[in-house]
Write a protein that binds this ligand. Structure first.
Ligand SMILES: [Zn+2]
Length: 164
């Protein structure tokens, strides 16, 4: 075992006495001949462990938990009472207070009307219904026009003009 590994183990498991026997033996063997790690262990014990050993263990007063528990219970009870008081709906109404109910209603009606009319525009097909036959005639007229335009413009190449 090298010094780095030994000191890492000393800092963690060795000091907590949570180390496996095999690993502990390896460190103990290392400590027999390595003065550096031996001193490291001594200083760690002195600086880290001993201060806590001398500190008296503080045990909280028995009544502390009882008081905490009582406080929690009282708060829970108050929350339940608040939820069940008769004036709950009154308080709820005041929370969402509408100063001018008629105006609010008019706004809602307008919004519903706008949404429904817009919805009709966008979702229930075209407003102006075009007859299928009319569409075909219109499209064919466009095509005829373009054909006529092509002929009049005479976009043939000189070779095409010669042979055709
Ligand atoms: Zn060492």
């Amino acid at each position: 075992m090298n010094c780095k590994k030994a000191q890492e183990s000393i800092l963690t498991d060795y000091i907590d006495a949570r180390i496996e026997d095999k690993q502990k033996n390896l460190i103990d063997q290392h400590l027999i001949y390595c003065r550096t790690c031996k001193n490291f262990l001594i200083s760690i014990k002195k600086e880290v462990i001993n201060p806590f050993i001398s500190v008296p263990r503080v045990v909280p007063d028995e009544s502390l938990w009882t008081r905490i528990k009582q406080t929690i219970e009282v708060e829970e009870l108050q929350q339940v009472k608040l939820a069940l008081v008769p004036g709950f709906w009154e308080r709820w109404k005041s929370a969402v207070h509408i100063p001018r109910p008629a105006f609010a209603l008019a706004t809602i009606v307008t919004m519903v009307f706008m949404i429904s009319s817009t919805g009709q525009l966008f979702f229930s097909g075209p407003v102006v219904k075009i007859n299928g036959q009319d569409q075909v005639e219109y499209l064919s007229s466009l095509i005829d026009e373009s054909v006529v335009m092509n002929i009049s413009n005479d976009s043939r190449t000189p070779i095409e003009k010669y042979f055709l």
